[in-house]
Each structure stands twice: as structure tokens, then as C-alpha cells.
Design a protein around this ligand. Structure first.
Ligand SMILES: *Cc1c(COP(=O)(O)O)cnc(C)c1O
Length: 357
């Protein structure tokens, strides 16, 4: 009998697994690189004063006001800016728009684990290149005429390390015939020299992605951004308009504009997180941890004497969620999001308790 032959045509994919979202408020949540602080007070004002009847209307189809605000801040034109539901959707749109060759899409073996998921979903061949022993990406490993595209996060996750602009420039110089996507999710937490947004004026095959989820404390709003030449942005808009012509809702557009226009609050939040990051890095090193030099809002650490999994489980049992990846090369490491000073003090004291100190 040809029973259930339809099964062989079902999609066969392994989805991305996000950090756990615990139900209880008492949990200290340091496992998804969310921001420790609330969004700008201007965002709160919009939410509190929202006219519900406006919900009847579709939002702006091209999210014009938000793209305009982002373009202005970046010194670019609105035609250089694309927005969608989180940078995950932005990246998926870019994969669809630009990665249509038979040649493989190249990305580091230790990086954001969504890249292989999209390759799989969209049936695009992918090829990983190993990062070094020190977890830095080797620029040359990304060179190649055989590339169908290149994607990497800079600063990278979960390593927390950043490569400089010269690195990005070198990768671009050696990939003139394909699109290069630089995922700059964490760039706001990095040193000035890591930002490569201005390179889109020089390289018409470069796409830079940003998100409101981490540095702008708006993960729940789902807002992501791509910056590129107007030609590439045109292709991304065309893909979006082919399956969902209103991806960004009214609230996201309005609160997004409010966030972008409050530079002072933005900078003050970044400063707090960076200062906590430096303090906690020092404290963990004193406890014997190896801590990579983070350019992000999280730390990537290992301890020569204690198992990462044991520390992860101990903290979880004590109400502190951090991230452990049971994956080759990084299963002896932990990724810890930078929370408030108070949250980090509690985390440090639980780690000391684990060590019997
Ligand atoms: C968090 C993260 C994203 C996704 O961000 P959203 O905008 O919330 O979809 C993309 N890339 C990297 C490297 C991330 O860490």
C-alpha cells in the first residue's frame, strides 16, 4: 500500500534553538543576550499613550519613518536601509535575495547557529571554516572564488571577539563576485574601530545587519535592520513584498523611531553595560576563569578546573540562567550575558558557592 507517501515530501529541518525563557520572574536571566535595562523612556511614552483605534489601519508598507530615522543617524539615504521582524528575518531575507548560486555560502564553524539553519531551510549549500585556537576568525579562510556568499558575525557570537575593519576590508577585497553579509548585532558594545557601516559606500556587495534586540533593549518588538547599496536593498524589499508586505507593525515603527532619536539614553545604557562587563571579566579572571576579551554584552568563559556543564547546572538550580552549548570545540565554555551590577554580583556569589569559596 502506498500509505502516507506524502511523508517523504514533508520538510526535514533542524530548527535553531533559542535560550530558555523561564516562566518565573525570580530567575536571573543571563542566557539570551537581552539588555539588562529598559528601552528609552520615549518608547514607554509611546506605549502608554497609544491610541488603540490606530490599530485598525495597516502600518506603513515600507516602514518609511523608521528607515528615515535610521538613515539619518547613519548619514545614509533611506534607500540604503531595510527593516524587518528582528535581524533573524532580515538575515533570512538576505539569504533568499542574495544566495541563489550552486556555490557554497561560507561561514565560521563557531558563530551564530542560525546561519546553517537558513542554508538548510532554503536548500543552499553551506561550508564552515574553522576559527583559530584563539577563537579569532582567519580572514583568509573566507577568501575564495568558489564562494557563493559569505556571512559572519562581527563581533562574533558566542565568542564575544571582534575583528577590525581591515579584516572586513580584506574579506571584501577577496570576495568581489559574491555578497558578503556582516552581522553587526553587537557592534554598539564594541570599540569604535569595529563598525564597518561606512564600507557600504565603497563596496556594493556588502550588507551590514543590526538589531534593536540587544543594544536597544527591544527584543520583544522584533526589529532588525540591513544597510547596503540601494540596489541590494531593492532586492531585499522585493523578496519581502513577495511573501509579507507589512512585516513591521505600527508599534514597532513608532517605538523604533523613538529609540533611534534618543541617542543620549542609548549611549548611557551602553556605557553601563560595558563598565559592568569589564568589572565582571576581572572578577571571573580572579576566580581562575579564562575570559575572552569581550566586545559584546556577554562573556565567553572557561575554567581549567571545573566543568562548564556542572557550573551551568548549579547556577540553573539556583535560579540563574546562563548558556551552555553542548557542541564540539565549545562544550567546555559558558556564555554569560551582562546583566545589572546587582544580577552579576549574585551570579559571582553563586559561582563562588559552587567552588566552595
Ligand atoms: C541575537 C542575534 C541575532 C538576532 O537578533 P534578532 O534581531 O532578535 O532576531 C542575530 N545575530 C546574532 C549574532 C545574534 O546574537
Amino acid at each position: 500500500m502506498s500509505e502516507q507517501l506524502w511523508r517523504k515530501n514533508l520538510i526535514n529541518i533542524t530548527p535553531y534553538v533559542a535560550g530558555e525563557q523561564p516562566k518565573s520572574d525570580k530567575i536571573i536571566k543571563l542566557n539570551a543576550n537581552e539588555n539588562a535595562y529598559p528601552p528609552s523612556p520615549r518608547v514607554r511614552e509611546i506605549l502608554e499613550g497609544y491610541r488603540c483605534e490606530d490599530m485598525r489601519r495597516y502600518p506603513s508598507a515600507d516602514a518609511g519613518p523608521l528607515r528615515e530615522a535610521l538613515a539619518k543617524r547613519a548619514g545614509l539615504s533611506i534607500d540604503n536601509v531595510f527593516v524587518s521582524n528582528g535581524s533573524d528575518d532580515v538575515l533570512a531575507t538576505a539569504f533568499r535575495a542574495f544566495f541563489n548560486s550552486d556555490k557554497p555560502i561560507v561561514y565560521p564553524d563557531i558563530t551564530y547557529s542560525f546561519y546553517p539553519v537558513w542554508c538548510d531551510l532554503l536548500k543552499i549549500p553551506g561550508r564552515t571554516v574553522p576559527v583559530g585556537e584563539d577563537f579569532h576568525i582567519d580572514a583568509q579562510s573566507l577568501y575564495g572564488e568558489g564562494n557563493g556568499g559569505v556571512v559572519f558575525a562581527n563581533p562574533n557570537a558566542p565568542t564575544s571577539l571582534a575583528e577590525n575593519r581591515e579584516f572586513v576590508r580584506n574579506v571584501l577585497e577577496h570576495n568581489r563576485d559574491c555578497i558578503v553579509i556582516v552581522d553587526q548585532t553587537y557592534v554598539d558594545f564594541a570599540d569604535k574601530g569595529i563598525d564597518c557601516l561606512d564600507l557600504i559606500k565603497e563596496y556594493d556587495n556588502l550588507v551590514v545587519t543590526h538589531t534593536f534586540s540587544k543594544s536597544r533593549s527591544m527584543a520583544g518588538m522584533r526589529l532588525g535592520v540591513a544597510y547596503a547599496s540601494s540596489e541590494l536593498i531593492g532586492y531585499m524589499m522585493a523578496v519581502k513584498d513577495s511573501y509579507n508586505s507589512y512585516p513591521v507593525n505600527r508599534l514597532s515603527i513608532e517605538t523604533g523611531v523613538a529609540s533611534v532619536q534618543d541617542e543620549e539614553y542609548f549611549q548611557s545604557t551602553l556605557k553601563k553595560i560595558i563598565s559592568t562587563r569589564e568589572k565582571v571579566s576581572g572578577q571571573l579572571r580572579e576566580l581562575g576563569f579564562e575570559v575572552l576579551d569581550s566586545q559584546t554584552n556577554f562573556l565567553f568563559v572557561t575554567h581549567p578546573k571545573y566543568s562548564a556543564k556542572d557550573i551551568f547546572e548549579y547556577l540553573r538550580d539556583n535560579g540563574i540562567y546562563i548558556r551552555y552549548f553542548n557542541k564540539p570545540r565549545i562544550d567546555d565554555r559558558l556564555r554569560i550575558t551582562i546583566g545589572t551590577d546587582d544580577e552579576m554580583a549574585q551570579m559571582i556569589s553563586q559561582i563562588k558557592a559552587f567552588m566552595g569559596k
